[in-house]
Design a protein around this ligand. Structure first.
Ligand code: ATP
Ligand code: MG
Length: 261
């Protein structure tokens, strides 16, 4: 059975997509069967995995509107296959922005992705869902499908306050829609240990959330930021960089965590 995780934080630009694609690549590199679902109309996870979002024959939009199954809509990236590592991609593009409105009239609209994933459950060890920076119907579809949420966050002054909305949403989804859902962990990203404030916030996070804070810390590393322009995850673009090494450790940590789930 596949373990399904959302990478979510309603705050923009906190490293959700970078985490999704690098975790997908990291897990694939240690032999895990991975499906990455891009649930953001920006399509950054699609592009960052080497698929051109403007050229998708079918996307997650078709799956949510039930005009295609995941088996029909998933694709692989030639770039990743050439690099000797691959995961399946359910891509996204601007079309997905319309799904929000089109789903309004539909029954059980928050469960469309969950139903579709059930059909391919046996094909994967991990499904990773990159969520948009909002708590919208799209994110809700992700949360309804998942066993857990991975929350990437920067250790900044308002980090804890910003978590409240997300934690409340997750509690509500847990209570009303998906009893499986839990926060798997908070992932400290773009971390710079030279900044005292980041150390302080990191300590605060650990005292508030205990072992819900992942041991792995992702450093700020320019190679991770450069990789998407080559259509590759950092883990593939420059495997020896500090950022890539951190995401590879994170993949190992996730494999260990799910043994305890
Ligand atoms: P959005 O909310 O728009 O979907 P996001 O949460 O998915 O954004 P990313 O797109 O992953 O965030 O990251 C935002 C920017 O920060 C990108 O330019 C990315 O390349 C860069 N970035 C992410 N992680 C790191 C890192 N560890 N070191 C350096 N740059 C990073
Ligand atoms: Mg993103």
């Amino acid at each position: 059975m596949a373990k399904i995780f959302c990478v979510a934080n309603q705050k923009g630009g906190v490293g959700k997509t970078t985490t999704t694609v690098n975790l997908a690549a990291g897990l694939a590199s240690i032999g895990q069967r991975v499906l990455m679902v891009d649930l953001d109309p920006q399509g950054n996870a699609t592009m960052g995995s080497g698929l051109d979002k403007r050229q998708l024959a079918l996307s997650v939009y078709d799956v949510l509107l039930e005009s295609a199954s995941i088996a029909e809509a998933r694709a692989q990236s030639d770039k990743l296959v050439e690099a000797g590592l691959s995961y399946d991609i359910l891509g996204s593009n601007r079309e997905l922005a319309g799904a929000e409105v089109e789903l309004v009239e539909v029954e059980r609209r928050e469960r469309r992705l969950k139903q579709a994933l059930a059909e391919v459950d046996g094909d994967y060890d991990f499904v990773l869902i990159d969520c948009p920076p909002s708590l919208s119907m799209l994110t809700l579809n992700g949360l309804c499908s998942a066993h857990g949420v991975i929350v990437p966050m920067q250790c900044e002054y308002f980090a804890l306050e910003g978590l409240t909305d997300l934690v409340n949403t997750i509690k509500q989804v847990h209570a009303n829609l998906n009893r499986d859902l839990q926060i798997i962990g908070l992932l400290r990203v773009m971390f710079d240990p030279r900044i005292t404030l980041q150390q302080q916030v990191s300590d605060q996070l650990k005292s508030h959330f205990g072992d819900k804070v992942f041991n792995t810390v992702i450093p700020r590393n320019v190679r991770l930021a450069e990789a998407p322009s080559y259509g590759l995850p950092g883990v593939v673009f420059d495997p020896s960089s500090r950022g890539a090494q951190a995401y590879l450790s994170f993949a190992q940590e996730m494999v260990e965590r799910i043994k305890r789930m």
